[in-house]
Write a protein that binds this ligand. Structure first.
Ligand code: ADP
Ligand code: MG
Length: 143
């Protein structure tokens, strides 16, 4: 496990960090992205998804728990579990099946802590507001 902390001063720097970290991801990986509303979770995911070859606009899932995007040689999943922050116990166990697993790399905003699939994440990213456009971004890499 390795931990690093980066400070960004604008959204482009946060996107660039996402792009850089995307370079170390492999098929089937899960990335958990935590932080308050507006801290830059979706911005980070956008940078990572672009680097993986997604050309469609990357927007916050609103009417579903996630989006799937075609990337260079896999699918990029982008989940927002804000509404499920209390936990996944009460949900359909297959809820995440379309988004995780072989052939996919998944980014999960607001991960609930009680799912086995999510507890095996390769990367954990936590963003914190530091005033104006500055963000502190902690990155934990497993393995
Ligand atoms: P979240 O998904 O965490 O709710 P978003 O990525 O949707 O956050 O929104 C973050 C907002 O903050 C955007 O409007 C973005 O332009 C702005 N912002 C300002 N500075 C930064 C920064 N350093 N990193 C990321 N986003 C930033
Ligand atoms: Mg978001």
């Amino acid at each position: 496990m390795s931990v690093s902390v980066v400070e960004t001063k604008d959204p482009l720097e946060t996107e660039a960090l996402g792009a850089k970290l995307a370079g170390g991801l492999r098929d089937g990986d899960v990335v958990l992205v935590r932080g308050e509303l507006g801290s830059g979770k979706t911005t980070f995911v956008r940078g990572a998804a672009r680097a993986l070859g997604v050309t469609d606009p990357i927007t916050s899932p609103t009417f579903s728990i996630g989006h799937r995007y075609k990337a260079t040689d896999m699918t990029v999943s982008h989940l927002d579990l804000y509404r499920l922050a209390g936990g996944l116990q009460a949900e359909d166990p297959a809820l995440l099946d379309d988004y995780l697993g072989p052939g996919r790399i998944a980014f999960v905003e607001w991960p609930a802590s009680d799912s086995a699939e999510l507890s095996n994440a390769r990367l954990r990213v936590t963003l914190t507001h530091e005033g104006a456009d500055r963000r502190r971004i902690e990155v934990v890499v497993e393995g």
